[in-house]
Design a protein around this ligand. Structure first.
Ligand code: SF4
Ligand code: SF4
Length: 481
């Protein structure tokens, strides 16, 4: 094995190019080695000890063999295993969130993003605190409780004080029965000091997509601006964790470079965080390059088919069973439906990817970061999920109960998640039905709640959930386990 230093603080050691190349070569050599593939699949299967169910996950090498496999029978077993892990650990709950774009001012030169500095046709916009209020009220009126804020990197227009003030504004807005209960933050790599400020502001997850782990490719795609520094960007999660943020979200922009390379590197990054901080990434996002103003996805020749994309999701699910997986409205309804089965646990709904898009009656396109494939309303997405027999969840309980980082992982690994996530999903769905749902959605949701109450395993938790649902019926809000 190449000299891969998992615990090193340097990106060049924990994302080691030679190790990735050797991994890809190893995976290619063993891609149809059914004996090895069986061993890997067996290792990854959920195992039960008494009441406790656990999974050990896979190394980046093992998972890369699965991804490379071309044997249709083994691929079918792989998909079945991903579905089993998804079912056992996440049940049929899907957490919903929305992105909120604060500003598209940006001094970076990312070739795949319309907000890059040299794009002179896109209008630049930064929301004032008053405009943020209007956006948040519009999001609350849809029923959202969990946001991911997004802003370009620009120390003049979007300094950390602006981000902090915006977070404070978002948390402070109480409107009818609405409240944003968790703000995740997706802003540029920054210093330990600024990450500490974000932690103190009460953020949920700090999200930063790597875009590509391939250093040469990365430097080509980021010709100008602070983001061109590969090490600074790749080591950002280390600084965030050193600052005490223990829920971090990784992601790759699939299509920029070879997907097998990105996959192995993404898992190496997760292994590094687990080895050094005792907790792996809280979430992994799987965006694919999409069309946008000034951006043609055909300019990036590493696009992957829907079939490969969903297999990749299944392989991530198997490799890191305790990490939440996110898919956005970049993907169509059909792709999202498949992805949900194979491992996705969180989706955005009713998203607008422009700055100030929610307060507008019609979806504006002038400042969009990318084309939204799934343009349905949140209510339509909620109803669709229920038709597919998922429970749409607006739960934010763990973060608010201080169950982050290793305490959150403990909950996942203890087997108690069905006594926690499941009732919380029902409680938050009930709130949604009472406050925001259309009549059709409400009817379907009430039936679903009745049916799903019976699936809460522990008697006292089931009874408490029933009691709280009655209280929500009478106008009380915000119950959680
Ligand atoms: Fe700026 Fe982010 Fe777009 Fe790059 S990807 S141009 S950093 S907003
Ligand atoms: Fe997520 Fe925790 Fe809620 Fe489960 S209980 S859905 S892990 S926030």
């Amino acid at each position: 094995m190449a000299d891969y230093e998992i615990s090193s603080p340097y990106a060049s050691d924990f994302i080691k190019h030679e190790e990735i190349l050797e991994t890809l070569e190893y995976a290619e050599r063993h891609k149809n080695d059914t004996v090895l593939i069986d061993e890997i699949l067996n290792k990854a299967k959920p195992k039960r000890e008494g009441k406790k169910l656990s999974c050990v996950g896979l190394s980046h090498r093992e998972a890369s063999v699965l991804l490379a496999c071309e044997d249709p029978e083994k691929n079918a077993e792989m998909i079945a295993l991903a579905e089993e892990i998804k079912r056992e650990f996440y049940g049929n709950r899907i957490v919903l969130f929305a992105p909120l774009y604060l500003s598209n001012y940006c001094i970076n030169g990312c070739l795949y993003c319309p907000y890059h500095l040299k794009n002179k046709h896109i209008p630049r916009k930064k929301l004032s605190q008053e405009e943020i209020r209007a956006e948040v009220i519009a999001l609350q009126d849809m029923g959202h409780k969990r946001l991911a804020i997004e802003a370009g990197e620009d120390p003049v227009h979007n300094p950390i004080d602006y981000i902090l003030e915006s977070i404070e504004t978002i948390y402070s807005i109480k409107h009818k029965n609405g409240a944003i209960r968790r703000v995740n933050v997706n802003i540029a790599a920054t210093t330990v000091e600024e990450y500490k400020l974000l932690k103190d502001a009460g953020i949920g997850t700090y999200i930063l997509f790597q875009e590509t782990y391939h250093k040469d490719g990365y430097e080509h795609l980021h010709p100008t601006g602070p983001k061109k520094d590969y090490a600074w960007h790749t080591e950002a999660m280390d600084r965030a964790m050193q600052a005490g943020i223990d829920d971090v979200g990784l992601g790759v922009l699939f299509g920029l470079d070879k997907y097998r390379y990105e996959f192995a590197a993404l898992l190496m990054h997760a292994e590094h965080l687990e080895a050094v901080y005792g907790v792996g990434p809280h979430t992994i996002s799987v965006p694919r390059v999409k069309k946008a103003e000034d951006i043609d996805p055909a300019a990036f020749d590493n696009s992957l088919t829907d079939e490969l994309f969903t297999k990749l999701i299944a392989c991530i699910r198997i490799a890191v069973p305790y990490t939440g997986m996110i898919i956005s409205t970049r993907e169509s309804e059909a792709v999202r439906e498949q992805a949900l089965r194979m491992g996705i646990s969180q989706i955005s709904g009713g998203s607008r990817t422009s700055v100030g898009g929610y307060a507008e009656a019609e979806r504006p396109h002038d400042t969009e970061q990318f084309d939204v494939s799934d343009q349905r309303t949140l209510d339509e997405v909620v109803d669709w999920l229920m038709k597919l027999e998922y429970i749409p969840s607006f739960c934010t309980a763990c973060y608010r109960a201080g169950r982050t980082g290793d305490r959150f992982m403990e909950l996942c690994k203890s087997g108690q998640i069905s006594n926690c996530c499941h009732p919380n999903a029902l409680l938050t769905l009930k709130e949604y039905l009472m406050d925001y749902a259309s009549e059709t959605t409400k009817k379907r949701g009430e039936e679903l709640i009745l049916k799903e109450l019976a699936n809460i395993p522990t008697d006292n938790v089931r009874e408490k959930t029933r009691e709280w649902i009655e209280k929500i019926n009478s106008g009380e809000r915000d119950f959680r386990f």
